[in-house]
Design a protein around this ligand. Structure first.
Ligand code: 4NP
Length: 157
């Protein structure tokens, strides 16, 4: 899960998808990063932490890190929050860029529309609640889509 600062949106996305995957019994390792380096080592934004906690998701122990090109190899799927993140990930990844792995998160919910998860950084708590709902709805689709194929692959249904 990638955004600009790894402070507001992508920590929520990491926490939400990890929470849903754990609940569904999926052995997934979800991580997040930012394309910028402004906040390396910091915990998520207070309002991201608060809104996550209100929804039963604890993101307080996450630490901001910057996206690195090796992430392109280390992860099967990379979700970005907006098209600027997409371009930045492409630049950072250089020769390791794999277009098939990278997708705008909201394209899982609204295929082909290339919608952004808006940056709540400059706004109020309401913006964080809106962003939480968008991310959670998209992550639900991811669980249904990829979680089902994992189960099938294991011959468990
Ligand atoms: P994020 O939001 O990309 O959702 O983590 C931002 C956090 C920090 C900054 C910009 C966006 N910043 O400019 O420091």
């Amino acid at each position: 899960m990638v955004c600009l600062g790894n402070i507001c949106r992508s920590p929520l996305a990491e926490g939400i998808l990890q929470h849903k995957a754990d609940k569904a019994g999926l052995d997934w390792k979800v991580d997040s990063a930012g394309t910028a380096h402004y906040h390396i080592g910091e915990a998520p934004h207070m309002l991201s932490q608060k809104v996550a906690k209100m929804n039963g998701v604890d993101i307080s122990s996450q630490q901001c890190r910057q996206f690195k090109k090796e992430d392109m190899l280390a992860f099967e799927k990379i979700y970005v929050m907006d098209s600027e993140n997409y371009i930045n990930v492409k630049h950072i990844s250089r020769e390791l860029w794999d277009e098939n792995k990278v997708e705008l998160l909201l394209n899982e919910l609204h295929p082909g529309r290339n919608m952004s998860v808006p940056d709540p950084w400059y706004g109020t708590e309401e913006g964080y609640h809106k962003v939480y709902k968008m991310i959670s709805d998209a992550c639900e689709v991811i669980i249904q889509k990829y979680g089902a194929s994992v189960t099938k692959g294991n011959g468990q249904h």
